[in-house]
Design a protein around this ligand. Structure first.
Ligand SMILES: Cc1cc2nc3c(=O)[nH]c(=O)nc-3n(C[C@H](O)[C@H](O)[C@H](O)COP(=O)(O)O)c2cc1C
Length: 302
């Protein structure tokens, strides 16, 4: 498939991973050098990094849906210092550009994260996860155009690296948030993040998930992702990373048709860690190109 230019970064094809859904360090341990030789994504997006280490939410953390998954993982991570010391050296050995996803609970926290990664040559771009409340205002940053505008104007001057704003679908007007991000210098937007949902314990009637609510992903959200990508594409000129329920190249093709430049695969990678390579090949066929990077990946099948 033809290479794709994304914010000045050349990628071999348009399929990347969705943050938090593929642990490249664990996969490297499980699959060895085969993973590096046949890496399934054109760029690697890390799971969300926060300033302080996080344990994540109490279990249970997952609930299977008829057509997807609901998670309340709660963003466990080693924190900025732990990531820089342990994860970054390993992830910088991957054969594709590295995009680091960060989240802060205030503009100052996001600014500290952006500043820390701005000076790291291993990092090609940053993705800002704005699906959390700002502790100063109580507003979910990504649900409010004003919050996103203030965040972007605070962090845009801190780095020349591409800044991708990961939009939350739990906003009343996602396109308005995308416009605010673009106006204040976002290089790209990515969407959709998970959609808030809840499951009930079949015996107690209490919420099943340790975090009470969780994020719905997988095929169940695909139609919503398509609609949101299309409405954002009509509102902004910056590139879009489309995601949500992609399990086949056809779905990637549809998101690109709706206006995405890149497509990210999330939940499907839990079912098959090599799914993205297959999806990239199917996408090439759907786009009328020939592409063989998805062949010979049987060694990566779980
Ligand atoms: C188990 C799990 C963990 C996730 N962790 C993160 C995360 O750390 N940061 C983030 O921005 N999005 C996270 N996401 C959201 C995905 O990146 C993606 O936006 C969403 O799942 C939709 O894509 P999908 O339907 O292909 O999974 C997570 C999703 C799942 C299912």
């Amino acid at each position: 498939m033809s290479p794709v230019d994304f914010c000045g970064i050349e990628l071999a094809h348009p399929v990347i991973n969705a943050s938090g859904t593929f642990d490249a360090i664990a996969a490297r341990r499980a699959f060895g050098d085969a993973l590096l030789a046949q890496f399934p994504f054109a760029a690697f997006v890390s799971k969300t990094v926060t300033i302080a280490p996080r344990q994540g939410n109490p279990p249970p953390r997952l609930w299977e849906l008829p057509a997807g998954l609901m998670n309340s993982i709660g963003l466990p991570n080693k924190g900025l210092e732990g990531y820089l010391a342990h994860d970054l050296p390993e992830l910088s050995r991957l054969p594709v550009p590295l995009i680091v996803n960060v989240m802060g609970f205030s503009r100052e926290e996001v600014a500290r994260l952006v500043t820390a990664f701005a000076r790291r040559d291993e990092v090609a771009a940053l993705e800002l996860n704005v699906s959390c409340p700002n502790v100063e205002t109580g507003l979910v940053m990504g649900a409010d155009p004003g919050e996103v505008a203030r965040l972007m104007s605070a962090v845009r001057p801190l780095t020349d690296k591409p800044l991708i704003v990961k939009l939350t679908p739990n906003a009343s007007d996602v396109a308005a948030v995308a416009v605010a991000a673009e106006r204040e210098g976002a290089s790209a937007v990515s969407l959709i993040n998970t959609i808030r949902g809840m499951a009930v314990h079949p015996r107690t009637g209490e919420p099943w998930l340790g975090g009470t609510t969780g994020g719905v992903s997988g095929p169940a959200v695909r139609a919503i992702a398509l609609a949101q990508v299309r409405s954002v594409a009509e509102a902004v000129d910056i590139p879009i990373v489309g995601m949500g329920g992609v399990t086949h190249g056809r779905h990637a093709h549809e998101l690109i048709g709706a206006g995405a430049t890149l497509v990210a695969v999330g939940t499907e990678s839990f079912r098959d860690p090599a799914a993205s390579a297959r999806i990239a090949s199917e996408l090439a066929l759907a786009s009328g190109e020939s592409h063989d990077s998805g062949r010979g990946l049987a060694g990566l099948q779980s």
